[in-house]
Design a protein around this ligand. Structure first.
Ligand SMILES: Cc1cc2nc3c(=O)[nH]c(=O)nc-3n(C[C@H](O)[C@H](O)[C@H](O)COP(=O)(O)O)c2cc1C
Length: 175
């Protein structure tokens, strides 16, 4: 099996997730190509048996580069099985309102791009104050303080559940 993993990442967690998945697929004896959406522009999807796309949410939207990529490539992805990994901090919790928000971000994205993934998994990302500018640090500190009172607000914290991610990806790929 040959798999394409293409991602958009602002602070690096989605890139880390995409790399980790790629290594896992390669370790299980399959062929994998890892690329940012910028590098994957114009790629021949016909070369792949499966495609995994990953992007993260910032202020209720996926990266502009990701939306542009999917809008452009939607017609070329027809006939290719695609798993979409939606990375966010909302997915780290169990707040019903947050999860409704995740559904809304996804449906807005599908409406805007005219593309619907075969399957979507909501995956928890990371809090990375080391990567934020002053404004982002201020906003994110408040959000994380409210959602995760135990978090050390000056330290990066990963919420990604790697075991669950592995199970979802393995299951979808039939590994
Ligand atoms: C400025 C900013 C805005 C964010 N907005 C949201 C949001 O609206 N909803 C959410 O669930 N997570 C939000 N997050 C959390 C990110 O989705 C999370 O940190 C993710 O791991 C980022 O992935 P990346 O490192 O690949 O960019 C935001 C993060 C930042 C820095």
């Amino acid at each position: 099996m040959k798999v394409l993993v293409a991602y958009a990442s602002s602070e690096g967690q989605t890139r880390k997730i995409a790399r980790w998945i790629s290594d896992r697929i390669a370790d299980s004896g399959h062929s994998v190509e890892l690329a940012s959406v910028a590098d994957a522009a114009g790629i021949d999807f016909g070369r792949f048996d499966r495609v995994i796309l990953a992007a993260s949410i910032h202020v209720g939207h996926y990266q502009r580069a990701f939306t542009d990529f999917v809008s452009t490539e939607a017609k070329n992805m027809r006939g290719t099985q695609v798993l979409f990994l939606s990375i966010s901090l909302a997915a780290a919790g169990h707040d019903a309102e947050d999860w409704t928000g995740l559904d809304r971000v996804l449906s807005d994205f599908c409406a805007a791009t005219g593309w619907t993934p075969d399957k979507t998994e909501q995956i928890a990302g990371a809090y990375k104050p080391s990567q934020y500018d002053v404004f982002r640090r201020f906003v994110m500190r408040r959000i994380v303080a409210a959602k995760d009172p135990q978090a050390e607000l000056d330290a990066d914290k990963e919420y990604t559940d790697w075991q669950r991610l592995a199970e979802e990806v393995d299951d979808w790929l039939g590994l």
